[in-house]
Design a protein around this ligand. Structure first.
Ligand SMILES: Nc1ncnc2c1ncn2[C@@H]1O[C@H](COP(=O)(O)OP(=O)(O)OP(=O)(O)O)[C@@H](O)[C@H]1O
Length: 577
């Protein structure tokens, strides 16, 4: 039997993958003493199905050293959603995790390495911005107006930032004014610096003293995000902007040795970047005290508050010592913010929080050229290979729906002599980081990923995103395609639309394409029309596509400070609502 046949027999296209209930897998598990990767726990506890190795053996497939060795780190059960999470929940049973991530490079050039803004960076200025809530401070137009300290200004310059992005123009003065904030801005438009810079400015103003070794550290700021790779990225940004200051940022996440996390913390910790599971474990071990918390940041906030992570976040804000919402500043950022999640968020925020929406809430980045192709399940692999051969060596992320399929497609592409690696929740953390590293440096220009890589990851030069499988929600689609077209650069997204399984997504997809001024195929419009649900607000399968702050009293401005009635609206306002 040739390799192709081998794959056919293993093919998820022919198998009936188990689909888990997303809530069953995550966020509700117990915690104890041992050092178990919460993510793996999630998969184990997810199903009362025990701990098994994947049936898909990859040895001898040519998938090579960039590939997945099956590590026994996860269960074979693939879940459409649990995986997405890439998730972190917490639990503490299972084998001891010994992985210690290599320390990031310490030299200044590496710390400040950055990629260039793209040709459309200046177009950000024309995007409409809505600010809702009372007494919002005016936007700033330049970094100088923010009046940050000299060290921060130096770091901003070394990072290559010369001009503020819209979300930064509005969020920085709001945070500097001490207000709570929910901010929604398109993917790749600089939300990370929008919260890091004003927090650091406050810390400098308050005269933070150098942290020292203590068994119990009391950070001033906690930043949580849904995936390990994302918190690590946020940490690297925090380290960059705090360079040369007394502020010490620390990162902790699942899949790494707990002892290593503790050692990082006890050396001093002002800003703690963490995935929820590891954070709660560390708090439980009394290595982190919450009394000094002044800033709580939820990045990818809609994800952090949904059914998967929401309970964990609630536990966090009710932990002993955590200052009440009146006593701390709570900041939430995302590119998508479904209305029902906005309502949940109110529990975390002061009642006078401000809401900043840059462009259409939940809208796709306009710098991404989106194409939707009708491709049936059985033609997808052939089409993928055809597209990848045309693309050549340009960096491409291929999203699939399940972990098993990620393994399968990555292996298949390697067999087709397309240098590929993969990232998903069943891979060991070491392998995940290796895969990301190989993709970042171009060693493997194709990264096959589940939704674990959909949010937040900022990788230079990703020119293409291919949705081999469309995700189950439109918000997920927006995040996935946002891995390209970042910071004013252009990118392309190609999505395979399967008439057998994707029709529910047609209507919100047409809306996202239209809002981003993309061509909408006639066949897709027809499907959207035939599946039209009156009153439907744009999303599918449980998530609602928000278009506004759920509260009243908004004012609409563009980044130059014009009201919406004064400024030309570049967006077709037609709504499915
Ligand atoms: N003012 C700026 N000038 C130049 N580059 C910037 C500026 N602000 C941010 N960047 C760069 O733009 C890239 C994207 O920023 P960031 O990752 O914060 O986007 P994001 O809005 O959080 O995206 P996502 O929604 O995908 O999480 C990063 O490489 C960042 O360093």
């Amino acid at each position: 039997m040739g390799p192709r046949n081998l794959f056919l027999t293993n093919s998820p296209e022919f198998s009936n993958d188990c689909e888990d209930n997303p809530t069953r897998n995550r966020g509700f598990s117990k915690r104890g003493d041992n050092d178990l990767d919460p993510d793996e726990c999630m998969q184990r506890t997810g199903g009362l199905f025990g701990y098994r190795r994947s049936a898909l053996r990859l040895s001898g497939t040519g998938y090579g050293d960039t590939s997945q060795s099956r590590s026994g780190s996860g269960s074979e059960r693939d879940s459409r959603k649990s995986e997405a999470e890439g998730g972190e929940s917490s639990d503490t049973q299972g084998p001891k995790v010994t992985y210690i991530p290599p320390p990031p490079p310490e030299d200044e050039d590496s710390i400040f390495a950055h990629y260039q803004t793209g040709i459309n960076f200046d177009k950000y200025d024309t995007i409409l911005v809505e600010v809702s809530g009372h007494d919002a401070p005016p936007a700033i137009l330049t970094f100088e107006e923010a009046d940050l300290c000299q060290t921060l200004n130096n770091n901003i310059a070394k990072a290559g930032y010369t001009k503020l992005t819209p979300v930064q123009k509005y969020s920085i003065p709001i945070i500097l004014a001490g207000r709570d904030l929910m901010a929604c801005a398109q993917t790749g438009s600089g939300k990370t610096a929008a919260f890091l810079l004003p927090i650091l400015a406050h810390m400098m103003r308050d005269g933070i003293t150098a942290s020292r070794f203590k068994e119990l550290q009391e950070p001033e700021c906690i930043i949580v995000a849904p995936t390990r790779e994302l918190v690590n990225q946020i940490y690297l940004e925090a380290r960059k902007f705090s360079f040369g200051t007394c502020v010490r940022a620390v990162v902790i996440y699942g899949g790494t040795q707990l002892g290593h996390s503790i050692r990082q913390i006890v050396q001093g910790c002002n800003i703690l970047c963490a995935t929820p599971g590891r954070l709660m474990d560390i708090i439980g071990k009394e290595k982190i005290g919450l009394k000094q918390i002044k800033y709580l940041v939820l990045d990818e906030a809609d994800r952090m508050l949904d059914m998967g992570f929401g309970p964990e976040m609630k536990k966090l804000i009710s932990c002993p010592g955590m200052p009440s919402k009146e006593q701390r500043q709570t900041l939430m950022f995302s590119a998508t913010f479904p209305e029902e999640i906005q309502r949940l968020a109110a529990e975390f925020l002061k009642s006078n929080y401000l809401f900043v929406a840059v462009g259409q809430v939940g809208g796709a980045c306009r710098d991404v050229q989106q194409t939707v192709l009708q491709v049936g399940q059985f033609s997808k692999r052939e089409k993928l290979v055809e597209i990848l051969r045309n693309i050549g060596d340009e960096r491409t992320m291929v999203f699939v729906e399940t972990k098993k399929k990620a393994d399968f497609i990555a292996t298949f592409l390697c067999q087709e002599k397309i240098s590929t690696t993969s990232i998903h929740g069943d891979r060991e953390q070491r392998e995940r980081e290796q895969a990301l590293g190989d993709f970042r440096c171009g060693k493997c220009p194709v990264l096959v990923a589940t939704s674990v890589a959909a949010r937040g990851l900022d990788i230079e030069n990703v020119q293409h995103v291919i949705n081999f499988d469309l995700p189950s929600t439109i918000d997920e689609y927006v995040h996935r395609i946002g891995r390209t077209g970042r910071c004013g650069n252009t990118g392309r997204a190609i999505s395979f639309f399967d008439l057998e399984s994707d029709n529910q997504l047609a209507q919100p997809l047409v809306k996202v394409l239209t809002d981003a001024q993309q061509d909408v195929p006639a066949w897709l419009e027809e499907i959207a029309f035939s599946t039209y649900i009156p009153g439907f607000s744009g999303s599918t399968r449980g998530s609602v596509f928000a278009s506004v702050d759920t509260r009243k009293g908004k004012s609409t401005l563009n980044t130059a400070g014009f009201s919406s009635s004064q400024a030309p609206n570049p967006v077709d306002d037609e709504s499915w609502d």
